[in-house]
Design a protein around this ligand. Structure first.
Ligand SMILES: [Zn+2]
Length: 218
């Protein structure tokens, strides 16, 4: 089984991808995370990615993403299914994603689109506070009560990432609408989209995904 999970910030797609991976013993591919791993490698490619992420601070070019994606697919045993977390996120990526999948004898079985309103996305993300030291995420009003509170894990100072302010979220949501919704439409045309209401609890969202895939949690 090869599944793609897409959704705006705050939709919980990462959590659902983890749950899918655990339940069906799938490889979980988070390209952002994999890129950060590659950047630490002592190889020409690793050095190039590190340079882009830390010095020029531009988007990683398509050529590199393609190369990295192929490396990743090549590393995974052919018998093992994959859950792709937030990837492919634009039409450019979709093109080489599908091309590479075919080359490795894989097919995209379904694309789960976790839908969430803009209001709900903003509401969820703007509650996110991050520890400056250990990067743990804490929910304001639940885990922590004020900005003066310290990280529950290490006692570090907590702050809000500029990306997680209402303005930052709006900006990212616009990018999602412009770049990722066409990917949703593309798979919709192929009859592969499973649309899920992301405003529900994590458990209910997972249940809905399973029943739409035709499997039931027992
Ligand atoms: Zn901490």
């Amino acid at each position: 089984m090869n599944i793609v999970i897409l959704g705006p910030q705050g939709s919980g797609k990462g959590t659902q991808a983890e749950k899918m991976a655990a339940k069906f013993k799938l490889e979980h591919i988070d390209m952002g995370k994999f890129l950060r791993e590659v950047a630490k490698m002592d190889t020409p490619l690793g050095k190039e990615v590190w340079q882009i992420q830390n010095v020029t601070k531009t988007l990683v070019p398509k050529r590199i993403l393609e190369e990295i994606f192929t490396i990743k697919l090549n590393d995974i045993s052919r018998e093992k299914g994959i859950v792709f977390d937030g990837f492919p996120r634009n039409m450019d990526q979709t093109e080489y994603f599908e091309h590479a999948m075919r080359e490795f004898g894989r097919e995209t079985d379904a694309v789960v689109y976790i839908k969430l309103s803009k209001e709900e996305s903003v509401k969820r993300i703007s509650k996110r506070w991050v520890c400056e030291k250990c990067k743990s995420v804490w929910i304001m009003g639940k885990d922590v009560k004020s900005e003066e509170d310290k990280c529950l894990d290490c006692g570090g100072k907590i702050t809000q990432r500029t990306d997680d302010t209402p303005e930052g979220i709006e900006k990212r949501l616009k990018v999602f609408e412009k770049e990722t919704l066409p990917v949703v439409a593309y798979y919709e045309n192929k009859g592969k989209i499973i649309e899920i209401d992301g405003a529900q609890t994590i458990e209910k969202v997972f249940e809905d995904i399973l029943s739409n895939l035709g499997v039931y949690d027992s």
